[in-house]
Design a protein around this ligand. Sequence first.
Ligand code: PLP
Length: 379
Amino acid sequence: MASAPVPERLLLGPGPSPVPQRVLQAMASPVLGHLDSAFLQVMDETMELLRKVFRTQNPLTIPISGTGSAGMEAGVTNLLEPGDRIVVAVAGYFGQRIVEMATRAGAEVTSVSAEWGHPVDLAAVQDAVSRTRPRVLAAVHVETSTGILQDLPPLAEIARRHGAMLMVDAVASLGGVELRVDDWGIDLCYSGSQKCLGAPPGLAPLTAGERVRAHLAARRTKVRSWYFDLSLLSTYWGAERVYHHTAPVSMIYALREALRIVDEEGLERRWARHLESARMLWQGLEELGLRLLAPPAHRAPTLTTVIVPEGVNEAAVRRRLLNDYHIEIAGGLGPLKGQVFRIGLMGAGSTPRNVLTFLSALSEVLKAEGYRPRRPAAV
Ligand code: PLP
């Protein structure tokens, strides 16, 4: 049977991002048994590199098997018992997903919601936390549905003052935006392999600190998810090396190689590269007469939301970009469906060359779709 071809694309959507050749090659290494001593060494190196990228000393720093949502599910089900209270800072689609998971976990959920395109108001979070005294405060660092970057240290301060644990979704920020788990006092943080880290989708790096470990030891009920039970997973990833589930061996090779690339570049240099490319993109989009959804002070460098100009067919633009230029970007989610384009500059995708390639393709496509800028482009 003939198989469908797999074309080359320039992945400039909200993820996955382009995967470097070195990472793809790592996946072609021989598959080892998940308890082979050679593989245990790969696991140790992966954990060590993950601690570096999370900026943490937490012993419990592991890749969860599954995509970013598996990290979210692991965080929610381990931190919450039925009847526990949680405050969720909701600035878009993924904050809402945390609410959905926490509700399913039987928690009493208080959402503090922002208008889409704005960060969550800190005074409103402070108010909800002091009123409800939750076990957990949760927030999304880069809200991929809106392109908003939520400032985390003030949330950590609120959580600390009220004895709540802070859970952070760093799916679209880890390895691309400044994030300091230990310095900022984040108790549990999870991410995804396929965005700023530059591996394929399939793993959710997660780190959990001392307060989480104490909470796990003191829980009244078992974690509802057996697969994501962090105490059980620790027996495989920790000193005991007890079988829990068959590790996705090739994906862990890929993540280790992607993390080595991050380490070679240097985390701070990588954060700076993401910011520089994003600034170049923002300027270029504005020169095309386009408007960005997120206000400059709260813009995420990894994901940019552009308001679809009046009279332009959003889906047709994306189709042309993909078919004629092999460039993938995304449309809006939820209430922003049809209203915005979402452009991701993540991992190996975040380069000046890609920004220029994208801007010139977009300019051609918009012209073909009948767009006339409100003011002439600068060039
Ligand atoms: N959280 C955020 C901020 C995301 O951007 C995403 C995916 O786009 C997720 C969670 C869910 O990750 P996944 O689709 O890998 O399950």
